[in-house]
Design a protein around this ligand. Structure first.
Ligand code: SF4
Length: 231
């Protein structure tokens, strides 16, 4: 039988299952913790830090920190929300995120978080990167200029033989996402769509499916990100 612990998030008592993360426990309790890299069924790589909370007064990534008996977690505070807004602004300037021209607009977690945290013009200079676009696979393309390196695709998109389709090459600010073109040409439409859906931005795009879901009917066109799990 799973062992439970009791902790508080923003003053609310919740129970967590020993071994699970604060993000997972919060979600079950109907508390939204913003994140870009964490995703159901994926071991979070903890890359984005948007889920930063304070645990007993110390900053910690909620997607990598396990629940603990008596832990006092702060999440929805002006200080932490300002930090999240800054992180989102940094992601915007480090890539080329031209929302009106992006197929993922309305279904993009980064765009939705920018709305949630009322981002206007980023406080940092735009870098306008010029990373190579990978357009060789028959069903998918990767625009690396929109990639936030969350690694959701690396963790969750596997071929029939359980081999990763996406990998990371290089390190630091030279890191980019690669796709195995040969394996990619063997995937079915369902996996291609899953890859596009799991990407929190518009970096993975299906070919020949442009704008099949009209603007105005997309996930975040009328609903704020996180509102589905707010209690
Ligand atoms: S391609 Fe998308 S899912 Fe993959 S690392 Fe980049 S942003 Fe994340």
């Amino acid at each position: 039988m799973s062992e439970t612990v009791t902790l508080t998030i923003d003053g609310k008592d919740i129970s967590g299952i020993k071994g699970e993360t604060i993000v997972q426990a919060a979600k079950r309790a109907g508390i939204y913790i913003p994140t870009l890299c964490d995703f159901d069924g994926v071991t979070s790589p903890g890359t984005c830090r948007v889920c930063t909370v304070k645990v007993d007064g110390r900053a910690a990534a909620a997607c990598k920190t396990r629940v603990a008996e008596g832990a006092v977690v702060e999440c929805d505070t002006p200080e932490l929300n300002e930090l999240r807004k800054m992180l989102i602004e940094m992601l915007f300037v480090e890539g080329n995120h031209f929302c009106p021209a992006c197929e993922k607009s309305g279904n993009c977690d980064l765009q939705a978080l920018a709305y949630r945290f009322a981002m206007m013009a980023p406080r940092f200079d735009y870098e306008f990167p010029d990373r190579e676009i990978e357009a060789r696979p028959k069903k998918l393309m990767i625009d690396r200029n929109r990639c936030v390196l969350c690694q959701r695709c690396v963790q969750s998109i596997l071929t029939e033989n359980d081999e990763p389709l996406f990998t990371v090459s290089n390190r630091g600010n030279k890191a980019i996402i690669e796709i195995d073109v040969k394996k990619a040409d063997g995937i079915d439409d369902e996996l291609a769509q899953k890859a596009m859906d799991i990407c929190p931005v518009g970096a993975i795009i299906r070919k020949r499916k442009g704008f099949s879901e009209p603007i105005g009917t997309r996930k975040y066109d009328k609903t704020v990100i996180g509102s589905d799990i707010q209690g």
